[in-house]
Write a protein that binds this ligand. Structure first.
Ligand SMILES: *[C@@H]1O[C@H](CO)[C@@H](O)[C@H](O)[C@H]1NC(C)=O
Ligand SMILES: *[C@@H]1O[C@H](CO)[C@@H](O)[C@H](O)[C@H]1NC(C)=O
Ligand SMILES: *[C@@H]1O[C@H](CO)[C@@H](O)[C@H](O)[C@H]1NC(C)=O
Ligand SMILES: *[C@@H]1O[C@H](CO)[C@@H](O)[C@H](O)[C@H]1NC(C)=O
Ligand SMILES: *[C@@H]1O[C@H](CO)[C@@H](O)[C@H](O)[C@H]1NC(C)=O
Length: 815
């Protein structure tokens, strides 16, 4: 008994210690608070076989939206709710593949008697299901607490079973990361949420209108979300003070989802912009089926977070789900001239990952008619945040600074949210962004000033890298309709007004970076930090891999579940893959025709092995990660999960490179003036269908093909994908693009790291827990392929199992 108590207190001390100081020795980085949880829908199924069009004339081209409608009607007609649904307006046809992605939202009518004046109170039709599911979040938190308890037990066992053989320090070190992660998840997501605050019941506030009810629910959320504990206490003590100060503006809408009340709420404590609020139903799992719960859906922008939260309409206001649109990067253990010429930049060119792998060179502004038709420094005046909105619709803003249609880049030493007036370099009429970079070691007290001297280089580099990524991803299908980031969309569809705001040397932190991805039509926000890991400081803006990783959060978030849904990669395996794609794409971009292993963030972190547990390597001794690795302590955080996913993709990609060779440039050839894309040595000769229609262009080489399949896979996978879903989506993408010629190669790659067809997870938990089983086998149809490098020109592989995405009309279906 005595011994048990002793160990428990040691463990507690270890945890506190780990929290107070970062595991990275000389880092003063605080852990950013972030909430992320929601109901899991274990019943959800991913079906890829749509209802066949019935025609005696064989295959007919049909309006894909009609195919989708029929499919949804078919699979929902027998359900309790029936099949009332709306096709979302962010549905689109992918020009690259011809695949149409249709997103649907299930509708449930609110009673017309629920109006502003009637208010919302228990007994109303709105409340029909509320109150039944009080146990949901508690269960989530209980599981987390159990997990922590069993970790503590494990430490006890290790310490006592092995006596003095393993020093306590080493045991603590080995177990610390896992405990840290669990502790953070528990503290952030459970501490305030377990005891919803009954404002009315406690007589502290008496809500009499719908506005006030939404204000109450919002305050409940802010109490949980604010990183400022003093403010949280004050809100709990006198909620009415805060609610009375809020200003509610009722939003009238002619069309859309507007049968339900919507507000914009101003003066919300700790929010940096007015909060959008709308009443909706959310699906929560029940014992046998799902039920609906009426919630307020809030969009809350804060200094370091941008949340989409669902909080019950009924009191006590429970937070049912919350997604942070902000993604952290790795926290390692520790006016107008006449006509301007095209700009040039003295920067680390594309493919140079950081200052140790190349020198500054003069690079040119990209005028790719498809990706950036007017270059990087022009935007329509009416979409220019720096000009008055009333300007003529036809006017252009042509700038001599790092301000354009795709990216706004600038310093943000103050670490604030304001950005329009921030400093940015001005290249003058010649458009020459040419600055020298030679930082010198200094006293610790002067390190910051030394770094700031090179702000022109940092901002120029960030602007250049951001625009290059925009253009590259554009050419692989992250275009306007797919939800990309541009102020002006050239009439090509999608929502505009959403270039990426990129902060260089952001003063809100060190040794990190992050990216916030709201839905299409709202600016993405990227913050890059200085790294105090060396003298002189290292500037994250200069490490392309970090910038690419961050921008890729925008890519994966907008492509998964459709442009208007930013809530699909919030936590657990899907959140982890959100990190992993960024690592994989950054590594692919820096790699060359001679194979090498690569570390993430090695320069900025000043550590050869970088900021992950392992470098990305095909060698299983150097990087042993498999699917099963997710079971290990320390693998509940999204970055660790992402590292495993990136490694798996790296292995798969190199299989395709062995088969199809390597393209020295990932950029497809420039389009001609009419927008036609030449094949060059980049694409295979274009094929035509029997009826003479051009088939999609297929990248010729392994690395470019994998790049395309990964992006196409993101569009095909369901909302909140698991590793299995994302794997299947890549295989489905290959089926659609190449008729499945890489079916076996892809399976062999996935199977090499445990993600074969019989891989399993038992007892999955929302944050990524569960017990996984690796499978190294491949589907039966692939059994003959024993040699690692198949024939260069293999026969098209047999059609995969039915249900594996065998039709152009595949689309993700999710509830
Ligand atoms: C500004 O840029 C637009 C788009 O490239 C171009 O059409 C226009 O001529 C430019 N205006 C000036 C004054 O340079
Ligand atoms: C950078 O330039 C220096 C001096 O010209 C040269 O010695 C070095 O090899 C170059 N480094 C790289 C990575 O190209
Ligand atoms: C711009 O270019 C011209 C011609 O090359 C040169 O004479 C002039 O000095 C340059 N101006 C600036 C501000 O660099
Ligand atoms: C390829 O990349 C590796 C690792 O960055 C580097 O050592 C090598 O010199 C590069 N090879 C070529 C041909 O650029
Ligand atoms: C894998 O890495 C280990 C450790 O560095 C090394 O001993 C081994 O030779 C490598 N295997 C291959 C196939 O390169």
């Amino acid at each position: 008994m005595m011994r048990r108590l002793l160990v428990a207190s040691v463990v507690a001390a270890g945890l506190a210690g780990a929290f107070a100081h970062n595991t990275h020795s000389d880092s003063n980085q605080l852990r950013r608070k972030t909430l992320g949880f929601g109901p899991s829908h274990p019943h959800a199924t991913y079906r890829t076989t749509p209802t066949a069009a019935t025609s005696s004339f064989g295959a007919i081209r049909e309006d894909p939206t009609e195919v989708a409608r029929r499919f949804i009607t078919d699979i929902t007609k027998d359900t309790a709710i029936g099949s009332t649904f709306a096709i979302r307006k962010d549905s689109y046809t992918d020009k690259n593949t011809g695949i149409t992605h249709v997103f649907a939202r299930q509708m449930a009518s609110f009673s017309p008697t629920v109006t502003r004046s009637s208010g919302v109170h228990p007994g109303d039709p709105l409340g029909l299901l509320a109150g039944e599911r009080d146990d949901l979040h508690t269960e989530y938190c209980q599981k987390l607490a159990d997990e922590m308890e069993s970790r503590v037990q494990r430490i006890q066992e290790r310490l006592f079973a092995q006596g003095e053989q393993v020093p306590m320090q080493q045991v603590m070190h080995e177990e610390q990361q896992g405990l840290d992660t669990l502790r953070d998840i528990h503290e952030w997501n459970c501490a305030h949420v377990e005891t919803p605050f009954k404002m009315t019941a406690e007589g502290k506030f008496s809500a009499s209108s719908e506005e006030a009810f939404s204000g109450q629910a919002l305050l409940q959320f802010m109490i949980a979300a604010t990183p400022n504990s003093g403010l949280a206490e004050s809100m709990m003590k006198s909620p009415s003070d805060y609610i009375n100060k809020m200003q509610f503006t009722f939003v009238h809408e002619l069309t859309g989802e507007s049968v339900t009340p919507a507000f914009v709420i101003d003066n919300v404590p700790d929010a940096v912009s007015p909060v959008k609020a709308r009443m909706v139903y959310i699906q929560v799992p029940g014992d046998n089926s799902n039920s609906l719960e009426a919630v307020w859906r809030f969009e809350v922008e804060m200094q370091d977070n941008w949340y989409e939260a669902a909080v019950t309409v009924m009191e006590p206001h429970r937070i049912v789900s919350v997604v942070d649109w902000a993604s952290d990067s790795p926290i390692p253990a520790p006016k107008e001239p006449k006509t301007l010429p095209p700009a040039t930049y003295n920067v680390f060119g594309w493919g140079v990952n950081d200052p140790t792998t190349g020198n500054l060179t003069i690079e040119h502004e990209n005028f790719d008619h498809l990706a950036s038709p007017v270059g990087w420094h022009s935007l329509r005046a009416y979409n220019d945040p720096a000009t008055v909105k009333s300007k003529s619709k036809d006017g252009w803003s042509n700038t001599t600074t790092t301000w354009g249609n795709n990216v706004f880049a600038h310093e943000n030493w103050e670490g604030r949210n304001a950005w329009v007036e921030n400093y940015r370099p001005d290249a003058g009429k010649n458009m020459t962004f040419h600055y020298a970079y030679d930082p010198q070691p200094t006293d610790k007290t002067e390190a910051m000033d030394e770094a700031k001297k090179f702000i022109d280089v940092a901002v120029t580099q960030l602007f250049y890298t951001g625009n290059m990524i925009h253009d590259l991803y554009y050419r692989y299908g992250f275009d306007e309709v797919a939800g990309n980031f541009q102020q002006h969309n050239f009439g090509r569809g999608g929502e505009e007004g959403d270039a990426v705001i990129m902060n260089a040397q952001d003063g809100s932190g060190f040794n990190n970076a992050n990216f916030m991805t709201p839905p299409d039509g709202q600016n993405g926000r990227c913050r890059m930090y200085l790294w105090n890991t060396a003298n002189p400081y290292r500037d994250g803006d200069l490490e392309a891999g970090i910038v690419i990783h961050e921008y890729s959060h925008g890519l994966s978030t907008r492509l998964t579940g459709g442009p208007a849904n930013s809530g699909c990669l919030g936590w657990g395996e899907s959140g982890g893959m959100g990190e992993g794609w960024g690592d994989f794409l950054a590594t692919t971009i820096r790699s060359n025709s001679t194979y090498s292993d690569y570390a993430m963030g090695a320069w900025a972190a000043n550590r050869d092995t970088g900021i992950r547990n392992y470098v990305y390597s095909l060698n299983e001794t150097i990087n042993p990660s498999t699917y099963k690795t997710l079971d290990k302590p320390g693998y509940w955080g999204v970055h660790a999960i992402g590292e495993v996913w990136a490694e798996i993709l790296w292995v798969v990609s190199n299989r395709l490179i062995a088969k199809h060779g390597f393209s020295d440039s990932l950029y497809p050839p420039y389009p001609s003036d009419d927008g036609a894309v030449p094949e060059g040595n980049f694409y295979r000769p274009q094929e035509f269908t029997a009826s003479g229609v051009k088939k999609p262009l297929i990248p010729k080489h392994g690395n470019s093909l994998m790049f395309q399949l990964v992006l196409n896979g993101m569009k095909l996978q369901p909302c909140r994908p698991s590793f299995f879903d994302a794997r299947d989506a890549i295989i489905a993408a290959d089926q659609a693009l190449t008729n499945g010629e890489n079916f076996c190669d892809l399976w062999e790659g996935f199977a090499a790291r445990g993600l074969g067809p019989d891989a399993r997870v038992d007892g999955r938990t929302p944050w990524g827990g569960g017990v996984r089983t690796d499978d190294h086998s491949v589907p039966k149809t692939c059994k003959s392929a024993e040699d690692p490098i198949p024939e260069p020109e293999p026969e098209p592989t047999p059609t995969p199992d039915p249900g594996e995405g065998d039709d152009d009309d595949d689309f993700p279906w999710f509830w």
